[in-house]
Design a protein around this ligand. Structure first.
Ligand SMILES: [Zn+2]
Length: 489
């Protein structure tokens, strides 16, 4: 079913944990709760015990400023935290410390833009605001939330710093939402504030409506990958109701990722139900221009700038450069690789990009891994390209050894293991080299000016031996003959 129609309206609220912080937002408990014993990373502040007083983590303000600048938001230089009251088991205090952009309150930053590209069509996703808030505790269910016989609460997550990024309702399809989240994830990675590959580091609420009808809010979509799925499901559900002549009601629904459906959670609370008021235990926050300028100066290169630089410095196409920069680790790997070989030029830059984005990325997807999980070293791709360009192996063979390369084996090791015995018989190699020199007068002539032409001659010997000639010995023999003939010095 095609959801790419112009009557769908989607707005997203993306909650991102600042996993690169060392401590929680209002206390000095460790942020690194994953895999730790339940309820062991807690203190009176994040448990909300009476008499405990929160203190703002300055580094969290700095991280929020980094993101605001990277997203082109306008930072509000003075704001208060607000209490958002609601009663739920994940909230020890009975309220969440958050920000509120009404009743004299302000978000951390307003507006902002994330440019996206979908099927070569460009669009700017306009943001409404970003704000800081504390994460509630983690609820653990047996199986699905709807059928679990119990709920367990782990307060280790309580008080971890979240940034909420709110878009305007400007997304018009699940695919656009996917592209937006992809770019947002990339910007967050480059800003160095969070690792969104960590389980539970991201939660998305989505407002979805069909033009002219009430909207529903789908809560707690727990990964970026699930967002597209949840949106597709919800759009089809709403369309089917309308088709049957039913009217939609404004409601809050829950995405059940096990059953892959949305279910009614409760009818929508209205904002007044949260009884927002300024948090009196915290002083107003003031951010001066010097602080903002410092954060700006220290902000690393962002993906858009990097793509531009890669196009300029390595002669890559816009498509290649945009794909490469999306994941900072892959882009870093790429630049490490191509810069490790002084002889590499535009041809090899493009080849390296192709190996990385097609074969290597394909392998990573198939094996559900990220680059840093593997033993692959940037120099292995350099070797691979050399082996192929020198004719020592064919592209077809190169593709069959990717699996071994990903496990950290060198190409020489792999070929040896695969029984590709080297030919090191000097008499045989001498005869083959002499033949090659006679058969290729143009390349021989080129070698007078450019010693790199010898690589092409090695390739020809390789071709005659189906890649089994020892390249080192072959090279020496070729140079020897060319010297004897007075072609090179
Ligand atoms: Zn604490």
């Amino acid at each position: 079913m095609n959801n790419q129609t112009d009557d769908v309206i989607i707005g997203l609220e993306v909650h991102v944990q600042l996993t690169n912080l060392k401590t929680k937002l209002f206390c000095s408990c460790s942020n690194d709760y994953r895999g730790k014993e339940a309820n062991s990373y807690v203190c009176p502040i994040c448990l909300g015990l009476p008499g405990s007083l929160p203190v703002v983590n300055k580094r969290a303000i700095e991280f929020a400023a980094r993101l605001a600048i990277a997203l082109n938001c306008k930072i509000n230089q003075q704001f208060w935290f607000f209490r958002k009251q609601y009663f739920y088991v994940d909230l020890a205090k009975g309220f969440q410390i958050s920000q509120y952009n009404k009743a004299g309150g302000r978000a951390f930053a307003d507006e902002g833009i994330v440019p996206i590209k979908l099927n070569s069509h460009k669009k700017s996703i306009i943001l409404n605001r970003i704000h800081l808030e504390e994460d509630p505790a983690r609820l653990v269910h047996k199986g699905s939330i709807a059928t679990s016989p119990y709920t367990l609460v782990d307060y280790n997550r309580s008080g971890v710093c979240l940034i909420e990024i709110v878009t305007e309702p400007v997304l018009s399809s699940p695919e656009e939402a996917r592209e937006f989240l992809k770019q947002l994830k990339s910007i967050i990675q480059y800003a160095g504030i969070s690792n969104l590959d960590l389980e539970g580091s991201v939660r998305v609420d989505a407002n979805i409506s069909i033009k002219g009808h009430e909207r529903s809010e789908v809560k707690n979509i727990n990964s970026f990958r699930e967002v597209e799925r949840a949106l597709r499901h919800e759009i089809i559900r709403q369309r089917n109701l309308l088709k049957r002549g039913k009217e939609l009601i404004q409601e809050t629904r829950h995405w059940d990722d096990k059953r892959r459906i949305t279910i009614t959670l409760r009818t929508k609370e209205f904002e007044a139900d949260y009884r927002y008021f300024p948090e009196q235990d915290l002083v107003p926050i003031e951010i001066d221009n010097i602080f903002i300028q410092r954060v700006k100066d220290e902000l690393p290169e962002m993906p858009v700038e990097r793509s531009r630089r890669l196009r300029r410095d390595y002669n890559l196409s816009e498509f290649d450069a945009d794909n490469l920069v999306l994941d900072k680790n892959i882009a870093d790997f790429y630049e490490d690789g191509i810069n490790s070989d002084a002889l590499f030029g535009p041809n090899e830059y493009k080849q390296y990009c192709n190996w990385l984005m097609n074969d290597i990325s394909g392998w990573l997807n198939e094996n559900n891994k990220i680059l840093n999980d593997t033993k692959l070293h940037p120099h292995q791709i350099v070797d691979l390209i050399r082996y192929v360009n020198e004719g020592r192996i064919t592209t077809k063979i190169a593709k069959t050894i990717i699996d071994d390369i990903m496990k950290g084996f060198s190409i020489a090791e792999i070929l040896e293991k695969k029984g590709k015995k080297r030919i090191s018989d000097e008499n045989l190699l001498k005869k083959l080299s002499t033949d090659v020199i006679e058969e290729n007068p143009k390349i021989v002539n080129d070698s007078k000016e450019n010693l790199k032409a010898i690589e092409a001659l090695i390739g020809k010997v390789m071709a005659k031996t189906r890649g089994q000639a020892d390249p080192h010995i072959t090279r020496n023999i070729l140079i020897e003959i060319l010297k004897e003939k007075g072609i090179i010095k």
